[in-house]
Design a protein around this ligand. Structure first.
Ligand SMILES: [Zn+2]
Length: 298
C-alpha cells in the first residue's frame, strides 16, 4: 500500500511520536508502537529524507520505504492492509527511526525542541535523606553475584540457559543482576529475530526459485509459440503461391475459351458459306438438267 501525507518537516528525524500519533489512525499507531517496543523493526538504510525498513508483522515480514518529497511524506509497504493514511508497519518504522536518531541528536547538545531537553535535576531538599555516595553493596551479595556470574557467563558463551540468579533483593547488586539478565534476554530476542529473518529469507529464496522456474517455463512456451507462428507463416506463403498459380490458370482457361468462341463463330460463317454454295450448286444442277431436257423435246 502507498500513501501520501502533506508534511512540512525537512528531516524525518523531526517527526516525533506525538506528531505521528496525531495524523495516523489510533489503532494502527498502537500496533506500530508495540512492534517498535517488541524490537520487530529493522532499519535497513536511512538518511534524513528516506528510510528503508523491514518489520516482522503478525503474519510475515514486510518491507517499507518512507520518503520526504516535495512537502509530502510518502510511505510504501509490501503489506495489503488498508490502514490510512499509513499502515502499522510504516508507523513502526518511523517510530524506530525516531528512537534510533534520538541519542545522536541529544549528543549534539540542546535542540530547538524544549521537549527533548533533559529534565532539570530536582533541587536538594534538606528534609529528604541525602543520597549516599557509597553504593548499598553488601559483601554477601557480591559473593553470591560472583558465584552466579561464572556459570552465567559460561552459559552465555555456550548459548545455553543462564542459571537462576541469586535472590539478593533490591540494591546495586540486584540492579547488576537485573541488567545482566535483561541484556541476555535482549540478546536471545535478537537471536530469535535473526533466526526468524533467516527463515523468512530462505522462504523468499525458495519463492524466487519457483518464480524463476515459472519464468523459464514461460520463455520455453513463448519460444514454442514463436516457432509455431513461423511454421504457420511459411504455410501461408505456400498457400499464397498456389493461389496465384490457380488464378493464372483460370485466366489462361478464360483466354482459351474466347479463342474457342472465335473459332466456332468462324466455323458457323464457313458453314453458312457452304450452304450458300450448296444452294448455288443445286441451282446450277437444276439449270443443267433443264438445258439437257430442252434439246430432246425440240
Ligand atoms: Zn504495512
Amino acid at each position: 500500500m502507498r500513501y501520501k501525507i502533506a508534511c512540512s518537516a525537512e528531516r524525518l528525524g523531526l517527526l516525533d511520536p506525538p506528531m505521528i500519533e496525531s495524523v495516523v489512525a489510533a489503532n494502527a499507531f498502537q500496533i506500530g508502537r508495540q512492534y517498535m517496543t517488541e524490537n520487530r523493526v529493522r532499519i535497513v538504510d536511512a538518511d534524513e529524507t528516506q528510510i528503508s525498513a523491514a518489520v516482522i508483522g503478525h503474519s510475515g515480514l514486510y518491507e517499507q520505504t518512507i520518503k520526504l518529497k516535495d512537502g509530502h511524506l510518502v510511505s510504501k509497504c509490501s503489506c495489503t492492509l488498508s490502514e490510512e493514511p499509513m499502515c502499522r508497519h510504516c508507523i513502526a518504522a518511523l517510530l524506530e527511526y525516531h528512537r534510533w536518531t534520538q541519542p545522536r541528536q541529544s549528543q549534539k547538545g540542546k535542540t530547538s525542541h524544549a521537549t527533548t531537553a533533559p529534565p532539570e535535576p530536582a533541587p536538594m531538599n534538606d528534609a529528604q535523606p541525602k543520597p549516599s555516595s557509597v553504593p548499598d553493596i553488601k559483601l554477601s551479595d557480591v559473593m553470591q553475584f560472583v558465584a552466579w556470574l561464572e556459570p552465567a557467563m559460561k552459559a552465555i558463551e555456550n548459548g545455553g540457559e543462564i542459571p537462576a540468579p541469586p535472590d539478593v533483593g533490591p540494591g546495586t547488586v540486584g540492579a547488576w543482576i537485573a541488567n545482566l539478565t535483561n541484556l541476555e534476554l535482549r540478546r536471545r530476542e535478537n537471536q530469535q529475530t535473526l533466526l526468524d529473518l533467516q527463515a523468512e529469507m530462505r522462504d523468499r529464496e525458495a519463492y524466487l526459485d519457483r518464480l524463476s522456474q515459472q519464468l523459464q517455463a514461460s520463455i520455453a512456451e513463448a519460444k514454442a509459440a514463436q516457432s509455431a507462428l513461423h511454421t504457420l507463416q511459411r504455410e501461408t506463403a505456400r498457400y499464397q503461391t498456389t493461389l496465384a498459380q490457380a488464378a493464372a490458370l483460370v485466366e489462361e482457361v478464360m483466354g482459351q475459351e474466347a479463342e474457342i468462341r472465335t473459332a466456332a463463330r468462324e466455323l458457323l460463317n464457313k458453314a453458312a458459306h457452304l450452304d450458300a454454295l450448296t444452294d448455288s450448286f443445286h441451282e446450277l444442277t437444276d439449270s443443267l438438267h433443264l438445258s439437257l431436257k430442252q434439246p430432246s423435246t425440240k
